[in-house]
Design a protein around this ligand. Sequence first.
Ligand code: AMP
Ligand code: ZN
Length: 112
Amino acid sequence: MADCLFCGIAAGEIPSTKVYEDDLCVAFQDISPLAPTHFLVVPRKHLASAAAVTEEDAALVGHIFAVIAKLAAEQGFADGYRVVTNVGALAGQTVHHLHFHVLSGKELGSFN
Ligand code: AMP
Ligand code: ZN
């Protein structure tokens, strides 16, 4: 999608520090990390947020979670991490292309 930051990063048109990529998704370091490990995983397909996910995307979303589990094992933080996706401005979404934050390396606290 034109003028989408994460479409541009996925396509390699906008620089990022990639940690993984395949035909379906790209993972790259968050530019403003909130934990020692903080990267984002985005589908190459433009979806505005998790609210735009349909049954058609089931395999894609499952694949992204499998990639996250693989990266966690490879990078040695599989014992404790958090996966977050913000939906809408009220939840703090600032980039309107579906992305999963992967956070680890410090006490993350509780949401409740
Ligand atoms: P959210 O607030 O959930 O929409 O998350 C957007 C995330 O994208 C934030 O954590 C930002 O730090 C991150 N971000 C914004 N621009 C870039 C960029 N050019 N490269 C990497 N991460 C970015
Ligand atoms: Zn996009």
